[in-house]
Design a protein. Structure first.
Length: 249
């Protein structure tokens, strides 16, 4: 049977799979850092954003930050007291679960903890993130922030956005050049009569909801770095770091 001459989809992008050489390089880099730095922290990132993580790397340019498979990072540290690459550093493996990284530094631990405790960047939520609060678009003329700022500082939303709002399921129409949220049907609940509910606190947001939140400039995501544990070359001890950023005694 002759081959079809129909147009075929040709993908212009490709994802490079991490090779064994790449993994071994990460392994070697971690091991090279252990004798060079006095402190090693296990960190986790909430609402990862590469842009903000790049800022962290620049701020800590005299340190080394690694993210990779936890099994590989654990192997680099060692699994037991016998094969631990430095005394007791293998005990950090207890905290190598989920999306975590290793930070090697010679800075004072208090400076690192203080830096991360103050680090916070708000951003638009992505699909799959839980809503941090309710967000409702009030009935009437649709304002740019839907009442998120005082009325005197808000302006009506641009008419060019109206088709997208309808496409996203918001019952709007144009009246005298203004986007207006239609009145709720008689059978609607009292809450629904007040406005269009985009999300409720705790809802797992989908792509439609996150797009609506972005259109109204509502940020529900916060980039933060939390420290889970610390290892000191001087004391060879591993210390758990509490949620408030303080080390356990």
């Amino acid at each position: 049977m002759p081959k079809s001459k129909r147009a075929r989809v040709v993908h212009q992008t490709s994802v490079t799979k991490k090779t064994r050489e790449h993994k071994e390089k990460l392994f070697d880099n971690i091991r090279d850092c252990i004798p060079q730095y006095q402190h090693c922290f296990v960190i986790t990132v909430d609402n990862m954003r590469n842009t903000y993580l790049k800022d962290v790397r620049q701020e800590l340019s005299d340190s080394r930050l690694f993210f990779g498979k936890t099994t590989l990072m654990a192997r680099a540290l060692g699994h037991t007291a016998e094969d631990s690459y430095a005394e007791n550093i293998y005990q950090l493996n207890t905290y190598l679960k989920g999306s975590v990284g290793l930070l090697f530094t010679n800075r004072d631990p208090s400076a690192i903890l203080s830096y991360f405790s103050e680090l916070s960047q708000v951003d638009f939520a992505r699909a799959g993130v839980a809503a941090t609060r309710d967000f409702v678009v009030p009935r009437g003329i649709v304002m740019s922030t839907a009442g998120e700022v005082p009325a005197e500082h808000d302006v009506p939303m641009g008419h060019t956005i109206e088709p997208e709002l309808r496409r996203l399921g918001v019952p709007t129409r144009m009246i005298k050049g203004k986007i207006v949220l239609e009145e709720a049907p008689d059978a609607a609940s009292e809450e629904e009569k007040k406005g269009y509910v985009v999300c409720r606190e705790g809802d797992v947001l989908d792509s439609r909801q996150t797009r609506l939140l972005k259109l109204f400039s509502v940020c529900m995501s916060e980039f933060r770095v939390r420290v889970l544990a610390h290892w000191s070359a001087a004391t060879t001890e591993v210390t758990k770091v509490n949620a408030d950023g303080a080390m356990e005694e």
